[in-house]
Design a protein. Structure first.
Length: 309
C-alpha cells in the first residue's frame, strides 16, 4: 500500500511508521511525504499513492475534479489555529474572533497551500466577519511560516497545532485563536483512499483498526506516544511533541454525524470561493461502511484528556 502523509506529528502515520503495527497486521506500506494536502491530491490524480492522510477540503476539491478518491475514516478534528507575534492580542473571554481578526486589517496573513483546510477556514472567517484589506499569502511548505512572521513578511498565520509549537518554541510567537474558536468539529484530517481499493474490504478494515489503535494511543498515552515519536523524528524533542499533542487532543478514527455535518458545511464555502463548480453530496465524499464495521460505538473526539502534564 502506497501511503501519502504530511509532517503533522499527531497524524497516526508517524506512529504507524515507527511502531511496525501495520506490518504486524500484514500490511506492507511504502510512505511518501507531501508538503500540503493539495499536493497529495495531485499525487492521487497521478496514481502515485493509494491512501492519504489529508484534510477534507482539498480532498473534496479533488473529488469535484474527478480524482477517484473517497474518505473512509476520520482521524482528528479542530486542527486549525491562528498564530502571531507578541504584539497582537489573543482571544479572551471578553473578546470575539472578529476583534482578533480586525487587528490584521491592512496586513498579510500566511496559510498553507491554497485549498488547504487552513486556507479555506481563514478566508471564510475573514469573509464572515467582514474583515477587509487582509492579504492571504499561501506557502507550499507550511514549516516556513513562523520564520516569515519573524521576518515581517506576514503578520500572522493559520495553521496546525504543530506549527503553533514551532512558532512558540523557536520564535516567541503565540496562539491568538485556539482551535475551538475556528469552525467547530472541522475535519482536520481523514483517511482517504483510491476508489479502486474499496473492493478490498479486509485490507481497509485492517488498516482502520490499526489507525484507531494509534488514535487511542495518542489520546490515552500521549507521553508514551511522544517518546516514540521523538525517537523516530530525531529532529524535535519529546516535550515539543507532547506540547503539539496537547493543543487539540481530539483523536479518533470514527466518522460521526458531527464530522460529516461539519465537512458538508464546507461545500457552499468552497463553491463561493470558486474551488467547486457544482455541488458535492455526502456519498460523493464518504464511504461509511468500513468504519461503521470496525468502530460502531460513540466517537472519542471530545473525550476529556488528563494525561498531558
Amino acid at each position: 500500500m502506497r501511503i501519502g502523509y504530511l509532517s503533522t506529528l499527531y497524524h497516526t502515520s508517524h506512529l504507524l511508521k515507527c511502531t511496525g503495527w501495520l506490518n504486524e497486521n500484514g500490511i506492507k506500506a511504502s510512505w511518501s511525504l507531501y508538503g500540503t494536502g493539495p499536493a497529495m491530491v495531485e499525487a492521487f490524480a497521478a496514481d502515485e499513492i493509494d491512501l492519504g492522510y489529508i484534510g477534507l477540503p482539498p480532498a473534496m476539491i479533488g473529488i469535484a475534479r474527478g480524482v477517484p478518491v473517497r474518505c473512509i475514516g476520520g482521524g482528528h478534528v479542530e486542527g486549525t489555529i491562528m498564530i502571531a507575534g507578541s504584539e497582537y492580542a489573543p482571544a479572551t473571554d471578553s473578546s470575539s474572533v472578529a476583534e482578533v481578526l480586525r487587528q490584521f486589517r491592512g496586513t498579510a496573513i500566511g496559510s498553507p497551500a491554497q485549498g488547504s483546510i487552513h486556507d479555506v477556514i481563514i478566508r471564510s472567517m475573514l469573509k464572515q466577519y467582514q474583515i477587509e484589506g487582509v492579504h492571504i499569502k499561501n506557502f507550499s511548505w507550511a514549516d516556513l511560516i513562523p520564520a516569515a512572521i519573524a521576518e515581517g513578511e506576514i503578520q500572522g498565520a493559520a495553521g496546525t497545532p504543530q506549527l503553533a509549537v514551532v512558532a512558540q518554541t523557536f520564535y516567541g510567537q503565540k496562539i491568538i485563536l485556539p482551535p475551538d474558536c475556528l469552525w467547530p468539529f472541522n475535519p482536520s484530517y481523514g483517511i482517504v483512499v483510491r476508489e479502486n481499493l474499496l473492493d478490498d474490504t479486509e485490507l481497509l478494515k485492517t488498516f482502520l483498526q490499526t489507525h484507531e489503535k494509534a488514535c487511542n494511543f495518542l489520546r490515552e498515552k500521549p507521553q508514551e506516544a511522544a517518546e516514540l515519536l521523538a525517537q523516530e523524528s530525531k529532529a524535535v524533542s519529546r516535550n515539543f511533541i507532547l506540547n503539539t499533542l496537547s493543543i487539540s487532543p481530539k483523536y479518533c478514527a470514527s466518522l460521526p454525524a458531527e464530522y460529516i455535518e461539519s465537512t458538508m458545511k464546507f461545500v457552499p464555502v468552497l463553491q463561493e470561493m470558486g474551488y467547486l463548480k457544482g455541488p458535492l453530496l455526502r456519498e460523493d465524499i464518504f464511504d461509511m461502511s468500513f468504519i461503521q464495521a470496525i468502530h460502531p460505538d460513540q466517537h472519542h473526539y471530545k473525550q476529556e484528556h488528563k494525561n498531558f502534564s
